[in-house]
Design a protein around this ligand. Structure first.
Ligand code: SAM
Length: 230
C-alpha cells in the first residue's frame, strides 16, 4: 500500500478539480453513477452519499428519499449546493463538509450508504468502510462504484507506475479487489451481494454490501459469514 494518500493532498487536489470536474468526469462516469443510484433506490429511505462532490447524482434520487451528502472538499460541495438550489432538489436534506472516516452520525442512521468513485480516494479505505457499516441500519446496503486495480499484466504495471501521479490528482489506481473482499470477510454482519463490471472498459465495478438483518447497529456483531463474489 506504500506511501499513501493524505487528507491535505486530497483536499488540495479536489479544490483544483472543482471548477472543471463536471466537464472532465461527468459523462465518463455517468453509467456507474446511474447504476449506483438505481441500486440505492431499490432500498430507498435515508440515504447518505459520501464524497458527493459536485452533486452530479443528486437529481437522480427520487423525491421520496431523504439524501444527505458529505465531502471533505468545500469547493466541490459549493458546486453541489448551487446544483441543489438551481434544480430545487428538496429531497436533499443536507450537504456538509465531513471526513468519510469520521462520520458525525449515530450508529444505524441510514438505509443506504452510497460512495461513487470515493473509496480509492480516501487515506484509509478499510477504516472508512467500517464507518459506512457503523452508520448503516440492519438490512441496509453499502453501494460503491469504484476502479478496481488489475491483479496481473500490463494494466497492473501501468497502474503501479502511474500511482505517484494519480495520488497528486487525488486517487489511488492500484486498488486490488482483495482489499474489499478481505474487509467484508472480517465483518460477520456484512455480506457481499453484488459485483458488476462497469464502463469505462469494465475497469470499474458496482459493488453492493448488505448489513444482515439481526445485526446490531454499529459494526461489531452478527452471525453469518459473507460469501465471496467476483
Ligand atoms: C472522484 S470524486 C467523486 C465525486 C462524486 N462521487 C462523483 O461521482 O462524481 C471523489 C470525491 O471524494 C471526496 N473525498 C475524498 N476523500 C474524502 C474523505 N476522506 N471524506 C469525504 N470525502 C472525500 C473528494 O473531495 C471528491 O469530491
Amino acid at each position: 500500500m506504500g506511501a499513501d494518500l493524505d487528507r491535505a493532498t486530497i483536499a488540495k487536489a479536489y479544490a483544483r478539480w472543482a471548477p472543471v470536474y463536471d466537464f472532465v468526469f461527468g459523462a465518463v462516469f455517468e453509467r456507474g453513477r446511474n447504476a449506483a443510484t438505481a441500486a440505492a433506490e431499490r432500498i430507498g429511505g435515508r440515504i447518505l452519499e459520501v464524497g458527493v462532490g459536485t452533486g452530479l447524482s443528486l437529481p437522480d434520487y427520487a423525491q421520496t428519499n431523504g439524501v444527505i451528502g458529505i465531502d471533505i472538499s468545500e469547493p466541490m460541495l459549493r458546486k453541489a449546493h448551487a446544483r441543489v438550489a438551481a434544480e430545487g432538489l428538496d429531497h436533499v436534506h443536507g450537504l456538509s463538509v465531513m471526513d468519510a472516516e469520521h462520520l458525525a452520525f449515530p450508529d444505524g442512521t441510514f438505509d443506504v450508504v452510497v460512495a461513487q468513485y470515493v473509496i480509492t480516494a480516501v487515506p484509509h479505505p478499510e477504516a472508512t468502510l467500517d464507518e459506512f457499516a457503523r452508520v448503516l441500519k440492519a438490512r441496509g446496503e453499502i453501494v460503491l462504484v469504484n476502479h478496481i486495480g488489475a491483479e496481473t499484466g500490463f494494466r497492473r504495471a501501468f497502474e503501479a507506475g502511474f500511482a505517484p501521479v494519480a495520488r497528486r490528482l487525488g486517487w489511488r489506481p492500484e486498488f486490488p479487489w482483495a482489499r474489499l473482499n478481505d474487509w467484508a470477510e472480517r465483518h460477520p454482519e456484512i455480506r457481499l451481494i453484488e459485483r458488476r463490471p462497469m464502463p469505462p472498459l469494465g475497469h470499474f465495478s458496482l459493488i453492493r454490501f448488505a448489513k444482515l438483518a439481526g445485526s446490531r447497529d454499529g459494526n461489531g456483531s452478527g452471525a453469518a459469514r459473507p460469501s465471496r463474489v467476483g
